[in-house]
Design a binder for this molecule. Structure first.
Ligand SMILES: [Zn+2]
Length: 126
């Protein structure tokens, strides 16, 4: 059966019905090109959070961990401008924390964020 090579587009005689390449060279070329495709997941830099910042923040403001879990800290932390550290950072996070009735944790932006958090979409450092 006549077929067209999926790599070089030359017609060739198939020896099997599922044969897609005219030659071994084209088969290898196809394999190499597939391998060279960029892997999207690895290329995107993950958002990053540090446990040490959470601990520092909790010490500074004395929240209990149940009403202010790490994931909630990260939710607000990502809104703080880059470059802040230590007390400046904790203060900036605290400034954007609305009054902490548990309603915040039932709203969609937080629920979406938490789903990403739980599916390892972020990088967590010690
Ligand atoms: Zn070919």
């Amino acid at each position: 059966m006549k077929a067209k090579c999926t790599v070089c587009a030359q017609p060739f005689e198939q020896t099997r019905a599922d044969q897609r390449f005219c030659s071994r060279a084209c088969k290898q070329k196809s394999y190499r090109e597939k391998k060279a495709e960029p892997v999207d997941r690895g290329a995107v830099k993950k958002m990053m959070f540090r446990m040490s910042e959470y601990r520092g923040f909790m010490e500074e403001y004395g929240w209990d961990r149940e009403s202010f879990p790490f994931v909630l800290f990260c939710f607000y932390r990502r809104l703080v401008p880059a470059g802040l550290v230590g007390n400046d950072l904790y203060e900036a996070v605290n400034d954007i924390v609305p009054n902490l009735d548990s309603r915040n944790m039932k709203e969609k932006p937080f629920i979406d964020f938490k789903a990403k958090f739980l599916s390892n979409d972020f990088e967590i450092l010690a």
